[in-house]
Design a protein around this ligand. Structure first.
Ligand code: ADP
Length: 168
């Protein structure tokens, strides 16, 4: 099937989405026809932003790519490989920032391969300027009143500030 659309799933908590995540989405769009950004409902992870908030932030940040039909944003729970199968995805993409990400990502990729060997994991590296960026660091800096404009999609900055730094 030469014309089959090549689909990849990009799963994560996105609590909240940062420019590092967006960098990975853009890179994945160059390699695949469609990227399904999958917001995880993992009950073992405590997130600051609710699932609908996290999905809405991604939808705002990715609006142009969504309009072009290159990206969709969905919620998912359960096994990642089951979600990938349901979406007709041949791969999962994850971002690798530094060696510190490697061990966990390697473990997850091999565990996913064990569940379904037809779903590959593809690792992409973001631009160096995002190597030390994480949603956790962003939340901390916003809470303390620091500068974050360079690291967050412009459309969501006011909402993140409002939630983390209510008028005082
Ligand atoms: P999870 O809880 O699944 O790790 P995250 O939202 O923290 O969810 O991350 C989702 C994916 O995005 C992971 O592969 C992570 O390594 C990657 N990622 C997070 N921050 C960045 C960044 N600054 N640059 C590139 N990739 C990133």
């Amino acid at each position: 099937m030469a014309n089959k659309k090549r689909i990849v799933v990009y799963p994560g908590s996105f609590d909240p989405v940062t420019n590092g995540h967006l960098d990975i989405v853009h890179r994945a769009c160059r390699l695949f026809d469609h990227v399904v950004v999958a917001v995880s409902q993992n009950p073992l992870k405590t997130c600051l932003f609710s699932l609908p908030e996290r999905k809405r932030f991604l939808t705002l940040a990715l609006a142009p790519l969504i309009r072009q039909g290159k990206v969709s944003v969905e919620l998912f729970d359960g096994l990642l490989v089951h979600f990938a199968q349901k979406k007709g995805a041949e791969a999962v993409v994850r971002g690798l920032r530094a060696i510190s990400d490697f061990e966990y990502e390697f473990q997850m990729a091999l565990m996913n391969r064990h569940q379904d060997s037809s779903v590959e994991t593809v690792f992409l590296m973001p631009d160096e300027k995002y190597t030390y960026l994480s949603s956790t660091v962003i939340k901390e800096i916003v809470r303390l009143g620091g500068k974050i404009e360079r690291f967050l999609p412009a459309a969501i900055v006011p909402e993140i500030r409002k939630k983390l730094r209510p008028a005082r």
